[in-house]
Write a protein that binds this ligand. Structure first.
Ligand SMILES: CC(C)(COP(=O)(O)OP(=O)(O)OC[C@H]1O[C@@H](n2cnc3c(N)ncnc32)[C@H](O)[C@@H]1OP(=O)(O)O)[C@@H](O)C(=O)NCCC(=O)NCCS
Length: 180
C-alpha cells in the first residue's frame, strides 16, 4: 500500500538517496555517465523551499520507505535543487503565469508503476485549487515521455551548460490545466 504525504525536513537524507538512485538508474539510455554525475552535482537535488512551502510530496510504502518524490511550485524557479539556487525565489501570479512542476524522482524499484502520474495528478489539482491555469517545467530527457503522456507540449530546448562544461539537454514543456 503506497501513500502520498507532504515531504518534511526529516525526509531529506532519504530523499537525497532516492534522487541519486533514481537519476543514476533511470537516466541510462538518455544521458551518459558524465551527464548523470554532473547533473547530480550541479542540478538534481531537493529544493528545501518547496518543502517549506508544503508543495513537495513523497510516496511511501507501508514501511515508510520512499518510493517516489515530486512537487509543484508557486515560485519562479523552473528546476534545480538547493545547489542550483542563485537568489530569492519570487512568487508567481496565478492569473498570468504558469505554476511549476518540480523535481519528480521515482525509485527504480517502483518505475513504470504509475507513481509519476499519481504525483502529477496530486500536484496539478493543488495548483489548480490555487488558481493556476497552466503548468510549466524543465524536463530531463528521461522525463519527456512521462510529461508527453500527461499532455505537456515542448516549448523549447533548455540545454544547460554546467560549471564543469558538461552539457545537459533538457526540454521546457507546458500544459494548460483549465481555460484561462
Ligand atoms: C521520469 C520518471 C519520474 C517517470 O516516473 P514513473 O513513475 O516511472 O512514470 P509512470 O509509471 O507514472 O508513467 C506514466 C506514463 O508515462 C510514460 N513513461 C514514463 N516513463 C517512460 C519511459 N521511460 N519510456 C517511455 N514512456 C514512459 C508512459 O506513457 C507511462 O505509462 P505506461 O507505463 O502505462 O506506458 C522516472 O523515470 C524518473 O524518476 N526518472 C529519473 C529522474 C528524472 O529524470 N525525473 C524527471 C525530472 S523532470
Amino acid at each position: 500500500m503506497l501513500s502520498v504525504r507532504p515531504a518534511t525536513p526529516a525526509d531529506l537524507p532519504a530523499l537525497e538517496l532516492l534522487i541519486r538512485r533514481s537519476v543514476r538508474e533511470l537516466s541510462v539510455g538518455f544521458y551518459d555517465a558524465r551527464q548523470i554525475e554532473s547533473g547530480l552535482r550541479y542540478v538534481f537535488g531537493a529544493d528545501t523551499q518547496l518543502i517549506a512551502d508544503g508543495t513537495y510530496f513523497v510516496v511511501c510504502d507501508a514501511h515508510g520507505t520512499l518510493a517516489a518524490a515530486g512537487g509543484w511550485s508557486r515560485r519562479r524557479t523552473l528546476y534545480g535543487g538547493d545547489q542550483a539556487k542563485l537568489g530569492p525565489d519570487n512568487l508567481l501570479d496565478p492569473a498570468h503565469e504558469a505554476a511549476r512542476i518540480r523535481a519528480f524522482f521515482v525509485s527504480p524499484d517502483f518505475a513504470r508503476q504509475g507513481l509519476g502520474r499519481r504525483l502529477f495528478t496530486h500536484c496539478r489539482d493543488a495548483a489548480r485549487a490555487e488558481g493556476f491555469g497552466a503548468l510549466e517545467l524543465m524536463a530531463t530527457l528521461p522525463g519527456v515521455p512521462l510529461y508527453r503522456a500527461l499532455g505537456f507540449e515542448a516549448l523549447a530546448p533548455g540545454d544547460a551548460t554546467l560549471p564543469d562544461g558538461v552539457v545537459l539537454p533538457m526540454v521546457r514543456m507546458r500544459v494548460v490545466i483549465r481555460a484561462l
